[in-house]
Design a protein around this ligand. Structure first.
Ligand SMILES: O=C(O)C[C@H](O)C(=O)O
Length: 513
């Protein structure tokens, strides 16, 4: 009988979470580099460059790849011949590892979990509880897969109870464009097929723990097409169809939207075809280890020589902008797709802050001392706490689309000049931006450590009780952003994918001639 010691389990979970907060899996980086080399749309190529540069910086600095350090999801497969030397349940053991990892002194991770989700949504402060899936298996070992899943990509998960004769690939091709760019493509799609509704969802999530191997599968298709299984054929077909959509990195339009398609399937009811699709973002993070009773897991740091050496040039048409001295008239000649380097003071605010701002203004109470959005930019972000000489921890953009419901109000009532976030805005919001001659700028989601280097000063100005969702004032220097919606309402997230979908179709038809 193998005996797993309490501390070995807790330390292994803790160390894995620290490890994956700053080391991307190598297979993912290699696939991202391949996408970078192949990309033809300069905007998408630059977004991938930022993701790759950020990845190396995080690995070197041992600081999180993304400010969203995720909701911890763990798959534990326990051999039937294993016992635990602990009074704690598996959930409690995992949560203790999470607690220690997220409160680690040298690399604290962002606590993103809120209790009472339908009500008070109060931050639990230590990122617990985690989501734990336990399976009893044959053998005398414990296999653990630890992931830290970003909220933005999780939010874009989709499910369908298809009819048995429906096409899964048609459903996916139709559904992926509705997910927008909030899941931070390029990434992976995990697909669970069969079982019941909840089984399909767990399979979809578990499939994302597998390494990127679509290129090996493409080779197999060339060399031994008859040996492909149903799921393998489906993976290849979906990979092609999704990339042909032209959504591209960050939804800017381009050749690569997905780096791999993963599928797990199991038998289902004759009347059913459950399908769940869960995307994994550019900050894909997972680690695997096995405990056999001899001690805690050993995690071998990757060699950074295997990370591509990428440099970014500040192009000629990049505009340097002082946001401290800016008017609507100055922004009127910015065009969607332009790259800007912002310097000056910006305020932050995301979901909880927007809700409170609206309540305070509507109730007549007004905003707290020091919070004045007049002629200012708001940056949608929830940063990681600073350590050592940092001004702020990693601080990449959060999904702007979630703030759409507040945007007209903010522009109308607060005198806000513009917004910075990631992913697309809805049409009503784009119309409101044009009506107010405002702009929406995007930073690259998943390049959080790189973005944080542009922040030279940071202070909390209001709502400190909201933790990472407080309002901060950042003093930025040369913060790289792209004009996503200009003051005329031109929208890069609408134009980019449409252009690249057509270009890919043209390239495909030339190749088949
Ligand atoms: O919570 C965040 O910081 C980002 C979130 O994961 C998002 O992608 O919107």
């Amino acid at each position: 009988m193998t005996v797993i010691k309490e501390l070995d389990f807790i330390n292994s979970v803790k160390n894995s979470l620290q490890f994956i907060s700053y080391y991307h899996p190598l297979d993912f980086i290699q696939a991202m580099d391949k996408a970078y080399q192949a990309e033809k749309n300069p905007a998408a190529k630059d977004a991938i460059a930022q993701i790759l540069i950020n990845s190396r910086m995080s690995a070197e600095g041992k600081r999180p790849i993304c400010q969203d350090t995720g909701i911890v999801t763990v798959f534990v497969k326990i051999g039937m011949k294993v016992s635990f030397d602990s009074e704690l349940t598996v959930q409690e053991l995992v949560d203790e590892g999470v607690r220690q990892a997220y409160n680690e002194q040298t690399n604290p991770l962002r606590a993103s979990i809120v209790a009472d989700p339908a009500g008070a949504r109060k931050n639990t402060k230590d990122n617990t509880p985690s989501v734990v899936h336990v399976e009893m298996v044959k053998g005398d070992k414990v296999e653990v897969m630890v992931a830290a899943k970003g909220g933005g990509s999780e939010n874009k998960s989709k499910m369908a109870m298809l009819n048995p004769s429906d096409s899964i690939e048609d459903w996916i091709e139709k559904t992926v464009p509705t997910m927008g760019a909030g899941w931070c493509p390029p990434g992976m799609l995990g697909i669970g097929i069969g079982g019941t509704a909840e089984k399909a969802a767990v399979m979809a999530k578990e499939s994302l723990m597998e390494p990127v191997d679509i290129y090996e599968l493409q080779e197999k298709e060339k060399n031994a097409p008859d040996s492909l299984s149903t799921d393998e054929k489906l993976r290849l077909e979906i990979f092609k169809r999704v990339n042909n959509l032209g959504i591209g990195a960050q939804g800017l339009g381009g050749l690569t939207t997905v780096l791999d398609i993963k599928i797990k399937s199991c038998p289902t009811h004759a009347a059913s075809k459950p399908v769940v699709m869960i995307p994994n973002c550019a900050a894909t993070r997972h680690a695997h280890f096995t405990l056999d009773g001899t001690g805690e897991a050993t995690l071998t740091p990757p060699s950074l020589d295997q990370w591509p050496e990428i440099t970014r040039e500040v192009g000629e048409n990049v505009k340097r902008v002082n946001v401290n001295d800016l008017s609507k008239a100055d922004m009127s000649d910015w065009k969607s797709g332009d790259t800007l380097l912002l310097s000056g003071k910006i305020l932050t605010g995301r979901d909880a802050a927007h809700k409170r701002i609206q309540e305070l203004i509507k109730s007549g109470e007004g905003l707290p001392e020091g919070v004045d959005f007049k002629d200012r930019f708001i940056y949608y972000v929830g940063p990681v706490d600073a350590v050592r000489d940092e001004v702020v921890g990693p601080a990449g953009p959060t999904t702007a689309t979630r703030m759409d419901k507040f945007t007209d109000f903010m522009l109308e009532e607060t005198g806000l000049l513009g917004m910075i976030g990631k992913s697309e805005r809805g049409q009503q919001t784009v119309d409101s931006i044009a009506k107010h001659q405002s702009v929406y700028l995007m930073a690259v989601g998943g390049a959080a450590y790189l973005v944080a280097k542009a922040i030279k000063k940071s202070r909390v100005v209001a709502f400190a009780d909201l933790g990472m969702e407080a309002i901060y004032e950042f003093d930025v220097e040369d913060m790289p952003v792209t004009v996503a919606v200009d003051s005329k309402g031109n929208n890069v997230h609408q134009q980019g994918p449409a252009i690249w979908k057509a270009k890919i179709a043209e390239l495909d038809s030339k190749m088949s001639e």
